[in-house]
Design a binder for this molecule. Sequence first.
Ligand SMILES: Nc1ncnc2c1ncn2[C@@H]1O[C@H](COP(=O)(O)OP(=O)(O)OP(=O)(O)O)[C@@H](O)[C@H]1O
Ligand SMILES: [Mg+2]
Length: 330
Amino acid sequence: MVPDLLLEVQDLRVHFPVYGGLLSRRIGEVRAVDGISFRLRRGETFGLVGESGCGKTTVGKAVLNLVRPASGSVFFTPPGGEPVDLASLTRSGMRPLRAHIQMIFQDPYSSLNPRLSVSEIMSEPLRIHFPAMTPAERAERVAWLLGKVGLPPEAAAGCPHEFSGGQRQRIGIARALATRPSLIIADEPVSALDVSIQAQVLNLLQDLQEEFGLTTLFIAHDLSVVEHVCDRIAVMYLGSIVETGPAAEVFRAPLHPYTRALLSAIPRPSPGTPRRERILLTGEVPSALNQPSGCGFRTRCPIARPACAESRPALAERAPGHSAACPYST
Ligand SMILES: Nc1ncnc2c1ncn2[C@@H]1O[C@H](COP(=O)(O)OP(=O)(O)OP(=O)(O)O)[C@@H](O)[C@H]1O
Ligand SMILES: [Mg+2]
């Protein structure tokens, strides 16, 4: 039993049916999440990284019970309570727990209802989860939350289109914080923003994390973003975790050939950091509908050998807390 465990995902699988042909028959399934496990301790930021389509958002949705897993469990420990397997709950069983887990979305343009005022957008979760609150108390809480994300109280009267991208993401963050959640799922929270404001929003998230005692599942496709934000990370490829460990360790001594390739693509501007040899990935990401046998990465791997086609390598611990699913990398 790990102390302070907030979330434990065990062997999670999420499959989506694929329909095709003239009669739109079910012709197969996408194994979007193909057996992944990880744990989040209270207060930490855990990064889930990988290329587009590898299953990151689906993991977040499965944690929120927005998609139904084919198998696996998602144990969440609510404040003062015992761990509950969210994957086993119905929508209505999930409702009382929803206040504790909130999501921040990638696109601050489409995640805020354009027809509502900021005050209405932020009041909605309060109305649902704190029905006893009076309108005056809600207005007070909205103004307080806006202050926490660096917006003036007058912002409450505005509509989403009146704000810049960065300001809208601040509104999305304030809405997520309204119910005082313990777990935040931040799905690429800055990738739709101008580079110049990404750092501001990341700094804000880090400050709020400390102040509110949040635990964060931070989803990103960009490794350079997670390096400074996350305590530990997991690198995903085709629905599986291929490497996981403390963020600093994974950056310093990556083990899996896929992680090495991803890292080699990041420019290292600061003097003194050793230059990494650029590893070019050849070939396309295989379709999740039609995965290669054995190791999912073998079709693009610079060190693949025939045995890689036979069985999928399991994650094996190579240094304390640092594991990779490749028996051949040295
Ligand atoms: N509702 C759905 N129905 C069918 N297939 C889906 C559905 N949602 C996701 N998928 C498929 O599952 C796989 C994983 O998708 P997911 O959105 O989780 O990836 P991602 O890592 O978040 O990608 P991105 O970086 O583009 O956001 C993809 O192949 C995607 O096409
Ligand atoms: Mg996504």
